[in-house]
Design a protein around this ligand. Structure first.
Ligand code: AMP
Ligand code: ZN
Length: 488
């Protein structure tokens, strides 16, 4: 629990809370289907849980869209004055190939494929996942990442409570949740929708009372690599129970925000609600928020369709990982977004232009910021259900406009950086083609070169400093001096 202690300590250092200073934020709640004012359970604190990856293979950029989405929620709330506690679970047991309890176990499939143990497999893909988050400027130190296998006791205890309260029944292959006993079953996304999905589930286990009933604890099957003792014999937890159990253990019985991709609405999230509300006898989640898919040529990007791209591939092609973040922000989170490398290249060059502009403004404003009405419009857009496309266009319009002082532009950049996570205040070094550099910088560069060649190194150094002061760095390469946009 070292990470939990570390995060709680950090939060205790946060400034004392004054509710009146909290800004109003609106989110679309899948539960009601409409936009609502965010009112957390405890004033000033936002508890956020995001369904995490199943670590039997690499997360693709479709999965990563889901985490940039939840990171943006956290950033908006932090900037609005909330203390945010975040959990992203790591699914390392119990998830079958088919979300509705069918097919092989994903961790077993992965372990056999890679001739390793489920534990080693989980460690490998958890690390790659965390590395991707860091590349995307997601502050992993501020998030708890519990592994489902670390919470087996809690999952058994929760399933036991559900059984004791009369919401479950036993079959030879496991303990099942009886959805007919839970009156609100399917309230997320509309009951008709949930029934439709349930009816479409093909693998109905023998003895199930209703097709939507789902497994809480699965009796060990031959070849299962992960097994524990339980009141229902040896076996492993069903997929849905881990989220309910880890939420209760780490955030409490009722949380503020639960996120996931829209594919989780019908089955996984309705089942989480059923389990938690049956066991706890109180509401589970105040705001359900779902992100739309990243698509590839019209289809959902998904490993099983074989149409996925990984962040490492994007980086290998020479793109900054933050170009991917910029690309995601160009679309609203509730809109499907179609990926192509051409579209990514567009986002990448826009981000690079933004970085150059930010460097210029850092220089002109000397990093002094002033408030402006553009900043208010920017904040209002982000607080209106994360209207990132509008917020981006406010940013561009303001930075390009002559009507704002450099300090006002810098003030907006500070807010934009806090909300977007695009390293706008400290862009990476950017090479400058000599045709892009201002005329007077090129003149200074030529003078410095002349001084250096004639052995007047003191003068060469003085000019180099003067160039640096203008926001450009000079390095002597084998082909002559190289000009780089200095990051401040
Ligand atoms: P999984 O590892 O399949 O459980 O997925 C992890 C997260 O990524 C879940 O929140 C999914 O809903 C989400 N996800 C999966 N595929 C996509 C996609 N193509 N676009 C956006 N989100 C996705
Ligand atoms: Zn979940």
């Amino acid at each position: 629990m070292e990470w939990l202690r570390r995060i709680l300590k950090k939060q205790m250092h946060a400034a004392a809370l004054d509710d009146r200073s909290l800004a109003r934020v609106f989110f679309t709640n899948t539960l009601s289907g409409s936009k609502e004012l965010f009112v957390p359970l405890k004033p000033g604190i936002a508890l956020i849980y995001s369904c995490g990856p199943t670590v039997y293979n690499r997360a693709h950029i479709g999965n990563l869209r889901a985490y940039v989405f939840s990171d943006t929620i956290a950033r908006v709330l932090e900037a609005a004055g909330y203390r945010v506690r975040r959990v992203i679970n790591i699914t390392d047991v119990g998830h079958l190939v088919n979300d509705a309890d069918g097919g092989e176990d994903k961790m077993t499939v992965g372990a056999l494929r890679e001739h390793t143990t489920p534990d080693a497999l989980a460690a490998r893909y958890t690390k790659l996942f965390m590395d991707d988050l860091v590349e995307l400027n997601i502050a992993t130190d501020d998030i708890l990442f519990p592994r489902a296998t670390g919470y087996i006791k809690e999952q058994i205890a929760l399933a036991k409570t559900i059984e004791e309260k009369g919401f479950a029944y036993r079959l030879p292959d496991g303990l099942y949740f009886d959805v007919q006993k839970f009156p609100g079953y399917g309230k997320l996304g509309g009951l008709a929708h949930a029934r439709l999905e349930a009816g479409a589930r093909v693998a109905v286990a023998a003895g199930k009372r209703s097709p939507a009933d789902f497994v809480l604890w699965r009796t060990a099957r031959p070849g299962d690599l992960q097994q524990w003792d339980s009141p229902w014999g040896r076996g492993n937890p069903g997929w849905h129970i881990e989220c309910s159990a880890m939420i209760r253990a780490l955030l409490g019985q009722e949380i503020d925000i639960h996120t996931g991709g829209e594919d989780h609405i019908a089955i996984h999230h309705n089942n989480e609600i059923a389990q938690s509300e049956a066991a706890n006898g109180r509401p589970f989640v105040r705001y359900w928020m779902h992100g739309a898919f990243l698509t590839m040529g019209g289809d959902k990007a998904s490993k099983s369709l074989g149409n996925v791209v990984y962040l490492s591939e994007v980086i290998e092609k020479g793109f900054s990982p933050l170009a991917v973040r910029y690309f995601f922000l160009q679309a609203h989170y509730r809109t499907p977004l179609s990926f192509s490398f051409e579209a990514l290249a567009g986002a990448s060059s826009a981000l690079e232009r933004l970085w150059r502009l930010a460097n210029d403004i850092a220089h002109e404003s000397k990093r002094h910021s002033a408030r402006s009405e553009a900043r208010e419009r920017f904040l209002a857009a982000m607080r209106d259900d994360l209207a990132t496309p509008q917020a981006l266009s406010i940013l561009w319009d303001t930075l390009r406009s002559e009507e704002y002082a450099p300090e006002e532009k810098w003030g907006l950049l500070e807010d934009a950086d806090a909300h977007f996570g695009l390293s706008l205040l400290a862009p990476p070094p950017l090479d400058v083609s000599t045709k892009d550099a201002p005329e007077d910088i090129l003149k200074m560069l030529a003078q410095r070169e002349a001084s250096r060649v004639s052995g007047n190194f003191a003068e060469a150094d003085r000019i180099r400093d003067a160039i640096l002061h203008r926001g450009y760095r000079v390095d002597d390469g084998p082909q002559g001096p190289v000009l780089t946009r200095a990051s401040f």
